[in-house]
Design a protein around this ligand. Structure first.
Ligand code: NIG
Ligand code: FE
Length: 417
């Protein structure tokens, strides 16, 4: 007798490997037709065919579509105030991202708005986005600071993330991204990096699990990135790095030397650097929403990463420049624009994404002992995820065994189904 049993037309387990999936195993979904999942005390007890698992349960859900692990979104800037819809028009007219940034738009504009917000206001704006993420099937996410660039606001952002993790059904992992841009109070990036290391990291490291830096032309260079990330390690944070989004400044090498768990964006990464990532077991977090919203045709070379044995994860990059809460949208872009197969894109959005934020012991696949984070999609098979685009295919979201979204709407947990 189980607390809950789900029967589905198709179940994706994503089981099958200790570490992240790479090379040919990137496409292994663990498909079970007429599958069933048994849940006890919020955790997966067993997965198999309906015949194997049976129907002895406190509650039985018979689902006529697809059941799979909740999406994991491993790279977001979801904590911010305001919006920047007018910049879309500037981009359509041909202005580049770095031009908009230099003109006081982009990140710095969001910094101004986020500094002005009270803790409560920022929490509510972020909670709303978190609800949208959950409704679209994301059950675990990483969120970064980086729109404060001063002590108080960076800490306010991290505290918002901490508060949301406690109070929202999604599991949320905090990352310190103090080095996201040079704030107006500083003229010199080296001095700002020193300030972050000496004044902010000792406190930020008490909350953040990861530290990240925007290693990019006109932002922070490789030397500054190395200095920042090695200091972050001393404060107990695991390095991540925004590298090669627009120009290649050698960020991957810096990350590799410091044992970074992942490098992110990677549009301009060289073949040698891809090989280095494979050698080090670094995960490539690819964010196809970003070139899409930058009106660029340059996407990360996902096929090369997979062929050379680098584990690939996908993420939304949710931020005011690339505002989507939907991993379904990202899977569509990854398949169409980066030529990832639907199978590879789903692996990259679940188990590999979980590995890239150190959460794979708990989430990312349906295996005994892991959290019962399960989504039910209103589609006959997984191929519909990249194929049927622009709408929400997720009907029901189960987080730690509780139904938190039903018929596409957040539900009161007591009310249940
Ligand atoms: O990952 N690249 C740097 N940061 C974000 C964009 C942030 C913004 O434009 O507000 C990114 O794309
Ligand atoms: Fe980013």
């Amino acid at each position: 007798m189980f607390d809950l049993v789900i029967h589905a037309k198709q179940v994706l387990t994503l089981q099958g490997s200790k570490g992240p999936k790479k090379g040919e195993s990137t496409g292994e979904l663990g498909v079970i037709d007429s599958g069933a999942i048994a849940i006890n005390k919020g955790r997966i007890e067993a997965v198999g065919t309906i015949r194997e698992i049976g129907d002895r349960a406190g509650r039985l859900i018979k689902w006529s579509g697809l059941a799979m692990p909740g999406f994991v979104d491993p790279h977001t800037h979801a904590v911010f105030s305001g919006s920047r819809e007018d910049e879309l028009k500037m981009k359509i007219e041909g202005r580049t991202y770095l031009e908009i940034l230099r003109a006081g738009g982009g990140i710095l504009r969001t910094v101004k708005a986020t500094r002005k917000s009270s803790f409560e206001q920022l929490l509510e704006e972020t909670r709303k986005r978190s609800d949208t993420m959950l409704i679209h099937g994301t059950t675990t996410a990483e969120m970064k600071s980086g729109y404060g660039l001063d002590f108080d606001t960076e800490m306010k952002m991290l505290e918002v993330i901490e508060k949301l993790d406690e109070s929202h059904p999604m599991d949320i992992v905090p990352t310190f991204l103090g080095a996201h841009a040079l704030p107006p109070e500083f003229k010199d990036a080296d001095e700002y990096v020193d300030f972050l290391i000496n004044d902010v990291m000792p406190e930020a490291g008490k909350i953040a699990r990861f530290a990240d830096i925007f290693c990019e032309k006109g932002v922070f260079d490789a030397e500054q990135s190395g200095r920042y990330l090695s200091a972050a390690k001393k404060h107990g944070m695991i390095p991540k790095i925004h590298a090669d989004e627009i120009e290649n400044l050698g960020g991957v090498r810096v990350g590799a030397e410091l044992g970074a768990i992942s490098a992110e964006h990677l549009v301009k990464t060289s073949d040698e650097e891809i090989e280095l990532m494979a050698e080090k077991g670094m995960i490539a977090d690819l964010l196809p929403g970003t070139p899409h919203m930058l009106l660029s045709n340059h996407y990360a070379p996902a096929r090369k990463f997979i062929e050379k044995g680098v584990p690939v994860a996908l993420a939304t990059d949710l931020n005011p420049n690339c505002w989507t809460e939907s991993m379904q949208m990202v899977i569509n872009l990854a398949s169409l624009r980066m030529k990832m197969s639907p199978e590879e894109a789903i692996v990259a959005s679940t188990i590999n994404a979980a590995h890239s934020i150190g959460m794979a012991d708990e989430v990312g696949s349906l295996e005994p002992g892991k959290n019962a984070d399960i989504i039910l999609l209103d589609i006959p098979n997984y191929m519909h995820i990249p194929y049927h685009f622009g709408v929400n295919l997720v009907n029901t979201v189960i987080k730690k065994g509780e139904i938190v979204v039903k018929e596409g709407k957040i539900c009161n947990q007591e009310a249940g189904v």
